[in-house]
Design a protein around this ligand. Sequence first.
Ligand SMILES: [Zn+2]
Length: 325
Amino acid sequence: MHTATRNVLIILALLFTLGLLLISQRHSILVRLLTVEGPIELAPPTQEGPNVRWHDDYFTVEALAEGVFAIGEPRYYQQNFSYLIMGEDRAVLFDAGPGHRDIRPVADSLTDLPITFIPSHFHYDHTGNTVTFEDVAVVDLPYLRARERGGKLQLSTEEHLGEIEGFATPTLEVDDWLALGSEIDLGGRTLTVLYTPGHTEESISLLESPSGFLFSGDFIYPGPLFAFLQNSGMGDYLQGAENVLSAVTPQTRIFAAHRVEAPGAPELGARDVRDLEATLHAIRNGETEATGLYPWVYVVNDRIELHAEPSWLQNWERRHPELSP
Ligand SMILES: [Zn+2]
């Protein structure tokens, strides 16, 4: 073999190996790219409109209905929204933000009832991290149950991603395991636990009654939806959309965990979930184009994008197909 030919082959083999390495390490490379150095810088306070009041210089509070509050963190760059939902006997806090500030005094200022903390999923910007709760309930999935040791659930770094903002991966003290499809009785108000995977494997949404609100976590919100993370899945996302659509009505108000702009809590409707489902079908059938190198960006509608893996890396398997109505 010519020396020149051999050198070309060696270079090609090296490039191929490098390519494989980049693909296999893409999630850790991503985390490294996203990692924030030093303390989080807060944006200036936003104009939030007449229905929202500032609790202090950081948190906002908005009453969505009698006994239902959105607690916002508009100055944090991810603009998280957590929800305090009260019955006559007890309250649920659905998500707790990243914990750069303690959300508990905000919740305690709104109710004297015992509060159960329920994370929509395990990403660090929902688990509260530095905040401890007396009562914690998480979704009852077999693979999570199998990891429980003496009532404690150690999260994995991929589930939590807290290293992005310097948070240690927490161990949750689980008081209750929430069966999918079960109802949480708050006294005069119920929350039904819906399985809405896709963004992550353990993502849930809560369907509230009597107002009929759906609290969707990161399954759907106005902005870029992340479906390219280590435990994301495209087949799962489709299953989540189907699960939501089988539970909501055209009038359902959907309150999400992030927004991109003021004012007020991020709100969507069943129409948006239908658009998401249609986009997922179109992606699976190769009927829609993406932009971007990584992740691939698909337009869902004028408020929502789906950020996914390149088509050859998309996983259309459903990890828990039995968890649908
Ligand atoms: Zn998330």
